[in-house]
Design a binder for this molecule. Structure first.
Ligand SMILES: NC(=O)c1ccc[n+]([C@@H]2O[C@H](COP(=O)([O-])OP(=O)(O)OC[C@H]3O[C@@H](n4cnc5c(N)ncnc54)[C@H](O)[C@@H]3O)[C@@H](O)[C@H]2O)c1
Length: 276
């Protein structure tokens, strides 16, 4: 049974690999014998070296801007040059900049949302996922068709891919209506788009040995303000946010042979939030 989850020797490209969740994906992949490649705009050599030491795998960091086609093509060359193979792609990167507000405008609100921010968020979350899938997925599909090997793309969406944000939980007491913060529109658009991309790629490559699924996680508790957490957990039947490592089982299931007959699916793991 445990063979179903064995990733020995499989090379797993994780975009946004240096971030909070990227490292969790890398951790569970390495713990099952896989070789994580931490792909990020920021350097992650130390993190890769630490993973490699602890799990005895040859983890690697690759600096790459996934919004740039040349950068992604170069990434594939580098990985094939180094490992000779790629088996798993996790489209996990997201644009999470702190939005600067002025005293009389809150830019997170739809009315004021800057077009530059729209383009930047879609560039990483959607265009980046498309480019990595186009370059790395096409390579996998070609090799797999010839060799009979199997591979996986996993898109990291969000519970907000399937439900609208409840803007009440982002409100701050004492602020006038026009300065109340909002969950940015791009978050919903990027995450819903990823589910569409998942279905498109899954059927496109269904006969080429590349399975494509999405996971829609709920929020991870990471020291957010107590007042926000209180409001959020009221929306979650299980009454709490997710623990940092709590998606590792789901990710392992979706990138391993344990999910071998599954493609085009969006697995919702949200403490029951979307069931209410
Ligand atoms: N943290 C949560 O509670 C939560 C919940 C649901 C879904 N998600 C999703 O999980 C994913 C990871 O979230 P996180 O919390 O780890 O975020 P994070 O900000 O910690 O990590 C995102 C990483 O993406 C990298 N990145 C940004 N632009 C890039 C680019 N152009 N090229 C390459 N890398 C780039 C960043 O440098 C960063 O390391 C995101 O898609 C997020 O929307 C997170």
């Amino acid at each position: 049974m445990s063979d179903l989850f064995d990733l020995t020797g499989r090379v797993a490209v994780i975009t946004g690999g240096a971030g909070l969740m990227g490292m969790q994906h890398a951790e569970v992949i390495a713990a099952h014998g896989g070789i994580p490649v931490l792909v990020d705009v920021v350097r992650a050599e130390d993190k890769a070296a630490d993973l490699g030491r602890r799990h005895q795998v040859s983890a690697k960091a690759s600096q790459c801007d996934i919004t740039q086609p040349d950068s992604v093509s170069q990434l594939l060359k580098e990985i094939i040059g180094h490992f000779g193979r790629v088996d798993i792609l996790i489209n996990n990167a997201a644009n999470n900049p702190k939005m600067e507000n002025s005293t009389d405008v809150n830019f997170s609100r739809l009315e004021n949302f800057p077009i530059e921010q729209w383009h930047a968020d879609l560039a990483v979350g959607l265009t980046g996922a498309h480019l990595c899938s186009q370059v790395i997925g096409s390579h996998m599909a070609k090799i797999f068709r010839e060799s009979g090997r199997r591979g996986v793309i996993l898109n990291i969406a969000s519970d907000l891919a399937i439900i609208a944000p409840d803007q009440r939980i982002y409100r701050q007491p004492g602020l006038p209506e026009h300065l109340q913060p909002a969950k940015p529109v791009t978050y919903s658009v990027v995450k819903s788009g990823l589910v569409g991309l998942t279905r498109y790629l899954a059927t496109y490559w269904a006969d080429s040995g590349v399975r494509v699924n999405a996971v829609s996680p709920g929020g991870i508790y990471n020291g957010q303000p107590e007042a926000f957490v209180e409001k959020l957990i009221n929306l979650i039947p299980m009454g709490r946010m997710a623990r940092l490592n709590e998606y590792q089982g789901t990710v392992l299931f979706l990138v391993s042979d344990a999910s071998s007959y599954m493609t085009g699916h969006n697995l919702v793991v949200d403490g029951g939030r979307s069931a209410w």
